[in-house]
Design a protein around this ligand. Structure first.
Ligand SMILES: [Mg+2]
Ligand SMILES: [Zn+2]
Length: 282
């Protein structure tokens, strides 16, 4: 067979498949893909990444951390760190420049770009319908549930042109006040889940998202895939069903706490980087 013959054969094959798919309207199925942010989308913890802005070689005063150890309220601690940085002259632009330097987990930008190319949130301009052999068109809906804050996540995604990729970002609200100090508010006050921190039960947020989408938009999901690394990802992971998937960063707290966990119903996959996720996802 010559090269020309191969090209003809390939073209013919593609044309046959395309004609078959066009014969009937494909069934649209949507998979919900939930991402954590710190140590998952970015290969660092955004909350401590900004420590480098502190004078004295990036050192945050010990007494602030000592307070956190007493009351275990991370968002409150972060609010104090941001106040401290502001008192030492750190302004909005400094924070934004710093956040830009956070590294993506290897392969993550490509994974999000690929997934969001099929999502409704990305808009029809970049939508790439993927129709499988069962005449199903698979869409992906992407959301973030994170205990970071809206400015850190929002700025990073915007800088990397991924801000349109996610339908919803559930995180602690943050705004700069008139003096340029970033102020944090806790996402919620919850007392029903002892696995999660008081300010954010990720499992509850996930269930509320699913309920709201069903009620308001009649949207259901063929499957849920959850991607995370931390202890605060355990609660949502355990709420998933046998058809769902949890991608847990290898060797991190989520991975360790799901190993041999009899309450886990979803399929568990480990990842070192986002290429490992892509290999299973598509
Ligand atoms: Mg994390
Ligand atoms: Zn919870």
């Amino acid at each position: 067979m010559t090269i020309d013959d191969k090209i003809t054969a390939t073209t013919t094959g593609t044309a046959v498949v395309a004609a078959a798919a066009a014969a009937t309207t494909p069934t649209v199925i949507t998979e919900l893909v939930v991402f954590d942010f710190d140590e998952t989308i970015v290969d660092c913890n955004s909350d401590t990444f900004i420590n480098e802005l502190a004078p004295d070689g990036g050192h945050i005063p010990d007494e602030l951390y000592a307070e956190f150890l007493l009351n275990n309220r991370w968002t409150e601690y972060m609010a104090k760190v941001l106040g401290y940085l502001h008192s030492r002259g750190v302004r909005e632009l400094d924070l934004r420049q710093c956040l830009k330097r956070m590294p993506f987990l290897v392969g993550m930008k490509d994974l999000i770009t690929k997934l969001s190319a099929t999502s409704a949130a990305a808009g029809p301009a970049v939508a790439v319908p993927v129709v499988n052999e069962n005449n199903e068109q698979r869409n992906y809906e992407l959301i973030i549930i994170s205990d970071a804050n809206s400015v850190f996540i929002g700025h990073y995604l915007e800088f990397n042109q991924l801000d349109k990729a996610f339908r919803n970002i559930y995180t602690n609200p943050a705004t700069f006040d008139d003096t340029g100090c970033l102020k944090l508010t806790e996402y919620q006050y919850q007392n029903w889940c002892t696995t999660c921190a008081r300010n954010l039960c990720k499992g509850h947020v996930l269930e509320e998202h699913i309920k709201r989408r069903a009620m308001e938009d009649n949207q259901s999901y063929s499957r849920i895939s959850y991607v995370g690394d931390g202890s605060n990802d355990v609660c949502p992971a355990l709420r998933l069903g046998p058809n769902d998937r949890v991608f847990a960063r290898h060797g991190y707290p989520l991975d360790k706490r799901l190993a041999n966990n009899a309450d886990l119903k979803a399929k568990r996959y480990q990842f070192n980087n986002a290429n490992d996720i892509s290999a299973q996802m598509f």
